[in-house]
Design a protein around this ligand. Structure first.
Ligand code: PXP
Length: 241
């Protein structure tokens, strides 16, 4: 049985902080509390518009936490320069549109191979583990492998919305990652209620979860929420053998 890591996305702590323009609540303090409660890593998305995380937050995360930092970002020259200077453990490349509320779909790796290949190469050369956030689509998986990405993160948003056939798509995509030699992560829209089938997929090595955990922490506190999500992930894994 392979282990399944939990990456906690802390963007929405910064969203709440930014609503008042001060320093509270501090996303770095939340990251430390999540790690103490059993999270394996921290994920933070530095958007072009800096709507939640800021450059200084990323620098503090890099300096103050020892656990793996996964920086989500668009494949732009500005972000590549920031990532190469920051040198986080991992970068997850995501599509980004200014008007979107959250990352709405996966990257079109198949359609943008020429643009994405040098970005992946540049980050890999800096010693950063690169993942591509993609829909569970065989063409996207094959393109990710072809441009040399070591990791893909499967977009679970359509599954989380309850769309028919999406769990089967995730299952097939996860199986294909193994054939292609890609490490498989998954995330988006995962909650206590829908995490089990995704956590049970044996090829999936990491789940990145944000909105639900931060929202539920308002009621239960971050330590209880991370502990409960970890327990559900571990039970799913154990049950799937
Ligand atoms: N993975 C990626 C690549 C994302 O962009 C997001 C959302 O920022 C997540 C995981 C987490 O999604 P959610 O906040 O819905 O748990």
């Amino acid at each position: 049985m392979t282990t399944l890591r939990l990456g906690v996305n802390i963007d929405h702590v910064a969203t709440v902080r930014n609503a008042r323009g001060g320093a509270h609540p501090d996303p770095v303090a939340l990251a430390k509390a999540a790690l103490r409660a059993g999270a394996d890593g921290i994920t933070a998305h530095l958007r072009e518009d800096r709507r939640h995380m800021r450059d200084a937050d990323m620098e503090r995360l890099r300096a103050e936490i020892a656990a793996p930092l996964n920086m989500e970002m668009a494949a732009t020259a500005e972000m590549v320069a920031i990532a190469r200077a920051l040198c986080p453990h991992a970068v997850c490349l995501v599509p980004e549109r200014r008007q979107e509320v959250t990352t709405e779909g996966g990257l079109d790796v198949a359609g943008q191979r020429a643009a994405l290949a040098p970005v992946v190469a540049s980050l890999v050369a800096a010693g950063i583990r690169v993942s591509l956030f993609i829909d569970p689509d065989p063409a996207q998986l094959r393109a990710a492998a072809a441009i040399g990405a070591p990791v893909v993160e499967l977009h679970t948003g359509a599954y989380a919305e309850g769309r028919a056939g999406e769990l089967a798509r995730l299952c097939e995509a996860a199986a294909l990652t193994a054939e292609l030699g890609l490490e498989c992560h998954a995330g988006h829209g995962l909650t206590y209620d829908n995490v089990t089938p995704v956590a049970a997929l044996p090829q999936v090595r990491e789940l990145n979860i944000g909105h639900f955990l931060i929202g539920q922490a308002i009621f239960d506190g971050i330590a209880a929420v991370v502990t409960e999500m970890r327990a559900r992930m571990d039970r799913a894994r154990a049950a799937s053998g």
